[in-house]
Ligand binder design. Sequence first.
Ligand code: NAD
Length: 337
Amino acid sequence: MAYAATLIPGDGIGPEVTAATVSVLEATGVAFDWDEQQAGVGAYEATGDALPEATVASIERTRLALKGPLTTPVGTGFRSINVRLRQHFDCYANVRPCETLPNTHGPFEGVDLLLYRENTEGLYAGIEYFDERNQIADSINRITRTGSERIIRYAFEDAKRRGRKRLTLVHKANILKESSGMFLRIGREIAADYPDVEFDDRIIDNMAMQLVIRPDEYDAIVTTNMFGDILSDLMSGLVGGLGVTGSANIGEDCALFEAVHGSAPDIAGQGIANPTALVRSGEMMLRYLGEDAAAEAIRQALHDVYSDPSTLTSDLGGDASTSAFGDRVADRVRAVL
Ligand code: NAD
């Protein structure tokens, strides 16, 4: 049986890293029936719509998508397609693991962190007002009990399933007493249902400092939308940068898998982008589908390929092209399985 899945190559380096990722996924032997669709600036230029109806209809049907990065015009233009997709499909849990691979020259060895970020509300919900006359701009930080309960419960359930020992809730309840305060209160309530997972909390600014000093003291982290966005990039920096971190957006019956990095216009079209982030997202997609052996083969293959620094892409000091690197990982996957 082949899994029906929507494939969105995206903008900039997207098509390059997507092609490499598809070849690695194919090497696992798990079959996908890809429905390739457009989104982003490329789709806007081609169709006048940055998120064409056909793309949404495809995901409505498959409930599963692998997506390259999309360019979002800054400040003006259309709203982020990534945010629209996550909201439309109500993918409320953004899961971002950060694990050290060999030769990535991060500041630490052996980092193994897991971040759960609420994905649909808070400051990124897009509730904004602009008072032209008085030149006042408002962005509403709306946190709901329902939204908080489902992300915190998801984090506990998933952390428990993955054998994680500790979950740290990150907030700013000392200042944002209502929004962050409620998120923290709900975390404490739900923690009572999970006696096997140690629960504690940290204020966001302290957490940012703690993670760059002693990341090994932390295990799994759950937080609201904007704090999670910033912390997840910080965590990518602990393990070698944006080119190596995958990401999953999970809803009740739909999941979108994407790289953490953007469309990298500075290196697009040169065939030098590192596809590891999207490959890791593909690994997460396999785990989501219950294809654990295939997912583990990709994880092992990445560790093996990264052990030889000469086979890496230029962001990590090697000189491999995107496709050559993808081919090496795919070959290694076949050897591991
Ligand atoms: P970016 O992640 O595209 O690039 C930041 C830096 O990291 C650049 O120097 C880039 O060359 C490098 N980089 C990123 N991915 C890499 C990879 N796979 N291999 C090697 N180097 C890599 O961030 P940006 O420049 O702030 O954003 C560019 C565009 O991407 C913007 O339009 C932004 O809105 C969009 N963006 C999209 C997503 C997404 O689709 N999920 C995420 C972030 C940014």
